[in-house]
Design a protein around this ligand. Structure first.
Ligand code: UDP
Length: 314
């Protein structure tokens, strides 16, 4: 029998990484999941905890740590990722982008593992190029409130490519755009959980600013398929993995309202500082190099997401 590949997933108890763990197990890997659970949840791993090929270790990966035995894939996904979470954990966010990326790159180097970084569309900041191609350098406020995440991920990309150039680590870098689906944290403050919870409870939907700012939402199954296609190719990236269908936040609120089947009113609240005006991935690279594109339209993905939220609301 073929020896199973070993994948280490940092932040594996988080929303997107927990789905990555599921898929790696389905594809026959052994998975070691490391998470300090400051924003991740063990409940996201409920389907895996009893699996003999899955191991959960409570570990702050910003501190030095070791992994015993072989590692084939080192996936560094750990980080608070919603604006509310990274504003609550600003220093932890900076450290996990800096120290933890360094720690996990060192493990990849020593074990001769493929290193995979989940970077973000936030590296583009409040983009002046639209849609965003991977070649765009971004427009980031280097010391504003969002900088703790944006600059941490920019540093993480920089150190990853430095390891690739100087230490010959085989790297892959994905830039994840807004992703939604089952297991999102109900209270992470993002627009998807906020609005779905509000709509299901019959409360007013909070739209920040005038709602003309845009986002492009990718259903988690599509997102994870794109990430794994990248992991298993030889494309270094960075590669945008996201859904290019763009919606204004006001349009998005109206769709959630309609699909949740209640008629909540929409209320307008102040726009957070440095909130990007627009965001939409150019996915030409993913289409051509990975033969990947999203297949699940927003309404379809939202219906599944709303069902999951209904079952998990309280
Ligand atoms: N937003 C909103 N209402 C909310 C939460 C967020 O209008 O209850 C807006 C937010 O200001 C931003 C967009 O929705 O323009 C997406 O925000 P989110 O926090 O989901 O993620 P971001 O894309 O900003 O990282």
């Amino acid at each position: 029998m073929a020896v199973k590949k070993v994948s280490v997933v940092t932040g594996g108890a988080g929303f997107v990484p927990s789905h990555i763990c599921d898929q790696l197990i389905k594809r026959g890997h052994k998975v070691i999941c490391l998470d300090n659970l400051i924003t991740g949840k063990k409940a996201n791993l409920a389907g895996l905890l009893k699996n003999k090929d899955f191991e959960f270790v409570r570990q702050d990966v910003s501190k030095p740590f070791k992994i015993a035995g072989r590692v084939d894939y080192m996936l560094h996904c750990a980080s608070p990722a919603s604006p509310v979470d990274y504003l609550n954990f600003p220093i932890e966010t900076l450290l996990v982008g800096a120290h933890a990326t360094h720690n996990t790159l060192e493990i990849a180097r020593k074990k001769k593992a493929v290193f995979f970084l989940t970077s973000t569309s936030e590296v583009y900041g409040d983009p002046l190029e639209h849609p965003q191609k991977e070649t765009y350098w971004g427009n980031v406020n280097p010391n504003g409130p969002r900088s703790v995440y944006d600059e941490a991920k920019r540093y993480a990309e920089a150190v990853t490519f430095a390891y690739q150039r100087t230490k010959k680590v085989d790297v892959r870098v994905a830039r994840i755009f807004n992703t939604y689906g089952p297991r999102m944290n109900l209270r992470d403050g993002r627009v998807v959980p906020n609005l779905i919870c509000q709509a299901l409870r019959g409360e007013p939907l909070t739209v920040y600013g005038d709602g003309t700012q845009t986002r492009s939402f990718c259903y988690v199954d599509d997102e994870v398929e794109g990430l794994l296609r990248l992991l298993f190719t030889r494309v270094k990236g960075p590669v945008n993995i996201g859904n290019p269908d763009e919606f204004s936040i006001l349009e998005f609120a109206r769709i959630v309202n309609e699909l949740a089947g209640k008629k909540s009113k929409i209320v307008f609240k102040p726009l957070p500082q440095d909130d990007p005006r627009q965001r939409k991935p150019d996915i030409t690279l993913a289409r051509t190099k990975l033969r990947w594109e999203p297949t699940i339209p927003l309404r379809e993905g939202l219906k599944k997401t709303i069902e999951w939220f209904k079952a998990n609301l309280d």
